[in-house]
Write a protein that binds this ligand. Structure first.
Ligand SMILES: Cc1cc2nc3c(=O)[nH]c(=O)nc-3n(C[C@H](O)[C@H](O)[C@H](O)COP(=O)(O)O)c2cc1C
Length: 120
């Protein structure tokens, strides 16, 4: 996952994810989570333990609005991330491949988007 924000004072990391992904279902039954980070330039590996919070409403709305259309397009995928497929695919419907979606086309994609907060 891409680290979207780190708040040192709150000891909190923010990630964006697809609510259909396996990790979300796992975190619903068990809030404990670990994060492994590798900083290639610093040659530094961090292993962090903490608890997770999945935010699908208010804070997710803000993060959604602040994301670019191309970033939000990832959430237009027909199937959940991690789904086993027969041939390599982005998972996106073919009509949006290589195109920038407009706001109307992105409306349903919002349902798949969630903010994953991690408290160290
Ligand atoms: C370059 C790149 C960036 C990615 N960024 C994210 C991300 O920010 N959030 C996320 O949930 N998955 C991201 N993924 C997909 C994850 O690697 C993973 O396949 C997906 O989350 C499903 O994992 P799960 O089955 O453990 O939930 C990214 C994949 C790639 C290749």
């Amino acid at each position: 996952m891409i680290l979207r924000e780190s708040d040192w004072r709150a000891q909190r990391l923010r990630f964006h994810t697809d609510i259909r992904s396996t990790k979300i279902a796992q975190l619903e039954t068990r809030k404990q989570m670990s994060v492994l980070i590798y900083d290639e330039a610093a040659k530094l590996q961090l292993r962090l333990s903490g608890t997770a919070w999945v935010e699908a409403s208010a804070e997710a709305d803000t993060a959604w609005q602040m994301s670019t259309p191309f970033a939000r397009r990832c959430y237009m995928a027909d199937v959940a991330p991690g789904t086993v497929v027969d041939t390599p695919t982005s998972g996106l419907p073919s009509w949006i491949e290589g195109r920038k979606p407009d706001e109307a086309q992105l409306i349903h994609a919002r349902d798949n988007f969630a903010v994953l907060l991690f408290f160290i």
